[in-house]
Design a protein around this ligand. Structure first.
Ligand code: DAT
Ligand code: MG
Length: 151
C-alpha cells in the first residue's frame, strides 16, 4: 500500500449539526495524519469545479445549493491506503444503505444530506486538496505516534 492523500470535507449539515469534532475524531483515531484543516464558506464556482463530473445529473443544482448553504470543514489527510480506507469509514452515498459504524451509517439519513465528502481515488485526492487549499495552508509534520503506527 502507498502513502496517499485524500480530501475530506464536513458538509454544511455536519457543521450545523455540531458533528465536526465527531467526524475529525474518526479519522484521527484511525491513525491518519491531518495535514490541512479549515472552516470555509465555499463559493459557487468552487462547488461547481469540485463536483464537475456530476454536472449533467438532475440533482446537480440542488447539490451546489446545499454545499454553498453554509460553512464546510475542509480537511487533508495523509496515510497508507487513506483514500479507500476513508471511503470505508464514511460509508455508502445513501446513508440508509451505509453500514452502522460508518459516519453516514451512524449520523445521516438522506443522500442529499450525507454530512461528509471523501475523495474517490488518489488522483482526485490530489486534485481536490489543490482545489480547496492554498499551499501555505498545508502542513508537513511527523506525528509523535508515527513509529507506533507504522511498525
Ligand atoms: P459520494 O459522495 O459518496 O462520493 P457521489 O460522488 O456519487 O457520492 O455524489 C456526490 C454527492 O452528490 C453525494 O454525496 C450526494 C449527491 N448525490 C449523489 N447521488 C445523488 C442522487 N441520486 N440524488 C441526490 N443527490 C445525490
Ligand atoms: Mg464522490
Amino acid at each position: 500500500e502507498q502513502v496517499e492523500e485524500t480530501y475530506i470535507m464536513v458538509k454544511p449539515d455536519g457543521v450545523q449539526r455540531g458533528l465536526v469534532g465527531e467526524i475529525i475524531s474518526r479519522f484521527e483515531r484511525k491513525g491518519f495524519k491531518l495535514t490541512g484543516l479549515k472552516l470555509f464558506q465555499c463559493p459557487q464556482e468552487l462547488a461547481e469545479e469540485h463536483y464537475k463530473d456530476l454536472k449533467s445529473k438532475p440533482f446537480f443544482p440542488k447539490l451546489i445549493e446545499y454545499i454553498t448553504s453554509g460553512p464546510v470543514l475542509c480537511m487533508a489527510w495523509e496515510g497508507v491506503g487513506v483514500v479507500a480506507s476513508a471511503r470505508k469509514l464514511i460509508g455508502s452515498t445513501n446513508p440508509l444503505q451505509a453500514e452502522p459504524g460508518t459516519i453516514r451509517g451512524d449520523l445521516a439519513v438522506q443522500t442529499g444530506r450525507n454530512v461528509v465528502h471523501g475523495s474517490d481515488s488518489p488522483e482526485n485526492g490530489k486534485r481536490e486538496i489543490a482545489l480547496w487549499f492554498k499551499e501555505g495552508e498545508l502542513c508537513q509534520w511527523i506525528p509523535a505516534q508515527a513509529p507506533w503506527l507504522n511498525g
